[in-house]
Design a protein around this ligand. Structure first.
Ligand code: CP
Ligand code: NVA
Length: 309
């Protein structure tokens, strides 16, 4: 059946592990090679990949585009605004039509029902490039990054600081699937989705909610922050969110409380001096540039998996 990559909790554990291991070997094989040099094998040879964006993107856009080309595929980047999608044509009809032209679809959208409808009616694989609710490709890159620096993530402690948003949700999915523990620290109004907390707990992970950020980070192997205002959040909520989230800024004092072995990650784009300080972003515990680079390798492994390779 069709191999969509829609969410981490919807993908088999063994498949997820296979994707991470593939990403690692894809990365190793490319070390030091020019960015436009084709990979040794070309799993997307003669394949066309559509990259649809209904929200802005730097990393997702560039990494999927470069990755598909390195694997021998061709790409088209489509802006939601310029398509009939959202101007009355249903998602299902768009999915049916696109499936006649392209071999794979990646979509970044607002409501996750758009992604689900696309996947239901497309006859080619569909990949989730972020919705209001989840961001699975990001977390696959994050797992790869953690494991490169620290070895297996199973049994480790990840601390999410701030808003229990889409990226946090995919971390919760990953906690259950990869077997790590997650502590959320943030204001009660911005708690993570309890349905996903429940899923991770049922899978055997320890999920803790701790309002005190200094207690939360004790013994952390990884501290993660994200923007305080996501693309789907109303701009009018900006000030209220900043006020609630300010105590959860990741700064040097908080990193000291975590200890020197804790890594720092942020999916980017980051707002220096808001959710994280420049000292932490540019400091010795930060692995944010590796994390950004790993979007490329992780998503190549995801596309390869979707293409049946
Ligand atoms: N982290 C991430 O998805 O970045 P972009 O919004 O730039 O794609
Ligand atoms: N939570 C952020 C992630 C951006 C990659 C957003 O949805 O805007």
């Amino acid at each position: 059946h069709m191999k969509h990559f829609l969410d981490i909790h919807k993908t088999d554990k063994s498949e997820l592990r296979h994707i991470i291991d593939t990403a690692k070997s894809i990365k190793d094989a490319r070390a030091g090679r020019p960015k436009a040099a084709p990979d040794a094998d070309l799993p997307l040879k003669d394949r066309m990949v559509a990259l649809i964006f209904e929200k802005p993107s730097t990393r997702t856009r560039v990494s999927f585009d470069v990755g598909a080309r390195q694997m021998g595929g061709q790409t088209m980047v489509l802006s939601g605004n310029d398509m009939q999608l959202g101007h009355g044509e249903t998602i299902a009809d768009t999915a049916r039509v696109l499936s006649r032209f392209v071999d794979m679809i990646m979509i970044r959208t607002f409501d996750e029902s758009v992604l689900e409808e696309m996947a239901e009616y497309a006859t080619v694989p569909v990949i989730n490039g972020l919705t209001d609710r989840t961001h699975p490709c990001q977390i696959m890159a994050d797992i790869l990054t953690f494991e490169e620096h620290r070895g297996p993530i199973a049994g480790k402690k990840v601390v999410w600081c701030g808003d229990g948003n889409n990226v946090c949700s995919s971390f919760l999915h990953a906690a259950g699937q990869f077997g790590f523990d997650l502590t959320f620290t943030g204001p009660v109004q911005l708690d993570p989705e309890m349905e996903f907390v429940g899923l991770a707990r049922n899978a055997g992970s320890t999920i803790t909610i701790e309002r005190d950020p200094f207690k939360a980070v004790e013994g952390a192997d990884l501290i993660v922050a994200d923007t305080w205002v996501s693309m789907h959040d109303a701009q009018s909520a900006r000030e209220r969110r900043h006020n609630m989230l300010r105590p959860y800024q990741v700064n040097e004092t908080l990193m000291e409380a975590a200890g020197k072995d804790a890594l720092f990650m942020h999916c980017l784009p980051a707002h220096r001096g808001e959710e994280v300080t420049s000292e932490v972003m540019d400091g010795p515990q930060s692995v944010i540039w590796d994390e950004a680079e790993n979007r490329l390798h992780a998503q190549k492994a995801i596309m390869r998996w979707c293409a049946g390779g």
